[in-house]
Design a protein around this ligand. Structure first.
Ligand code: DGY
Length: 319
C-alpha cells in the first residue's frame, strides 16, 4: 500500500522527521524559499501539510485536491481561513499547551527588559563603557506593580502565576468570561478592558488573533492608559493598531513598550519602533526554545500523521 504524502515546509528535528516517515512519504520543501507557484505545485499531490504561518485560504485549497489536514507548528491559527477549510473538507490542527510556560517566561523577560532597560543598557555598556550618572540608569519596578492581562487563556494564566508568586504583582484581567479558578489561584481580579487599561502599570495582550480581536488596541485605548504604563505584546502584532502605538509612544501617552510581534513580520527595517529607546523588540521568539520547538514539532507531526491515516487528530483547532 502506498504511504500518504506529507508536504513539510519547516525544518524538523531528526526524530520528528523519522516518526513521520514511519507512516508517510515526506515531501520536504523546508530548505528553500518557496514561491506561491512552487507551493501550489507541491500541494497538488500532498495529503497533509506541516508548516507554520502559511495562509491557508480558498485559493491555496483549490490547488490541493488531496489535502486532508493542515498541521500548524504553532498554537496560533490565524493563518487558517476556517470556513474555506471546512468547505474543502480540510482539518486544521495546532499545538496548544506545550508552549505555555515558554511563552509566559518570555512575557516576563519582556517586562523586566523594558522596565529595567536591560537591552538599552547592555548596548550602552558595550558601546560606550559604564555610562552616565547613576540616576540616568534608573528604571521602573516590576515587583508589587499592577499587571493587567487582556486574554486570560492558558498563557495568560501562566503569566499571572509568575507575576503573582515571583514578583508579588497585583493581577487584573479582562476576558470574554470570568475565570473563578484564576481569581482564586492568583488573586486575579476581573475588570472590563477599559477599567484594566486605566488601572494597570503593565498591560499585556494575550488574546488569539481573530476578525473580532484585530486592532482591539487602538489610539483611544492608549489614551486610557497611565502615562507611566508599559505595554507588552507577545501574542500577535495585528491585535494592536501599530500606527496608534507609535503615536502613543511619540506623544508620551504611555511610557514604553516591549514587542515580540509586529503587524508585518519580518518587521520592516524602517519601522519607527525599531529606533525608539523605550521600546524592546524581538523577532517573534515566544515559543523559541529548543525543547519547546521540538515538542511542538512532535505534536504537529502526530496531528498530521493522524489526519492523513484516517484517525482523528488530537489537536483540531476550536471553531
Ligand atoms: C505560536 O505558537 O502561535 C507562537 O506565536 C509561535 O511562536
Amino acid at each position: 500500500m502506498t504511504k500518504p504524502t506529507v508536504l513539510v515546509l519547516k525544518k524538523l528535528p531528526e526524530e520528528v522527521a523519522r516518526y513521520i516517515s514511519e507512516h508517510c512519504e515526506i515531501m520536504d520543501l523546508s530548505v528553500s524559499e518557496n514561491s506561491p507557484e512552487q507551493l501550489k505545485h507541491a500541494l497538488a499531490t500532498a495529503d497533509g501539510l506541516l508548516q507554520s504561518g502559511v495562509t491557508i485560504d480558498e485559493e491555496l485549497l483549490k490547488s490541493a485536491p488531496r489535502l486532508k489536514i493542515v498541521s500548524n507548528i504553532s498554537v496560533g491559527y490565524n493563518n487558517f481561513d476556517t470556513a474555506a477549510m471546512r468547505k474543502h473538507g480540510v482539518i486544521g490542527t495546532h499545538t496548544p499547551d506545550v508552549l505555555d510556560d515558554t511563552v509566559a517566561d518570555l512575557v516576563l523577560a519582556l517586562m523586566l527588559a523594558v522596565a529595567r532597560r536591560t537591552a538599552e543598557l547592555d548596548r550602552l555598556v558595550k558601546e560606550s563603557g559604564w555610562g552616565p550618572s547613576d540616576e540616568e540608569l534608573f528604571g521602573i519596578d516590576v515587583h508589587h506593580a499592577t499587571l493587567g492581562i487582556i486574554g486570560m487563556g492558558r498563557i495568560g494564566e501562566a503569566v499571572a502565576k509568575r507575576a503573582r508568586f515571583g514578583f508579588d504583582m497585583n493581577i487584573l484581567y479582562a476576558n470574554r468570561n470570568r475565570k473563578p479558578q484564576a481569581e482564586e489561584k492568583y488573586g486575579a481580579q476581573y475588570r472590563t478592558q477599559e477599567q484594566l487599561l486605566r488601572e494597570s502599570d503593565y498591560v499585556v495582550v494575550m488574546t488569539p488573533l481573530t476578525a473580532e480581536t484585530h486592532h482591539m488596541i487602538r489610539k483611544e485605548h492608549f489614551q486610557l492608559m497611565k502615562r507611566t504604563a508599559i505595554f507588552i505584546n507577545a501574542s500577535r502584532g495585528p491585535l494592536v493598531d501599530e500606527k496608534a502605538l507609535i503615536e502613543a509612544l511619540e506623544e508620551r501617552l504611555i511610557h514604553a513598550a516591549a514587542l515580540d510581534v509586529f503587524e508585518q513580520e519580518p518587521v520592516d527595517p524602517s519601522n519607527p519602533l525599531l529606533t525608539m529607546k523605550n521600546v524592546v523588540t524581538l523577532p517573534h521568539i515566544g515559543s523559541a526554545t529548543s525543547k519547546t520547538r521540538r515538542d511542538m514539532a512532535m505534536m504537529a507531526a502526530r496531528n498530521v500523521v493522524a489526519g492523513v491515516t484516517g484517525q482523528i487528530p488530537p489537536n483540531i483547532v476550536p471553531e
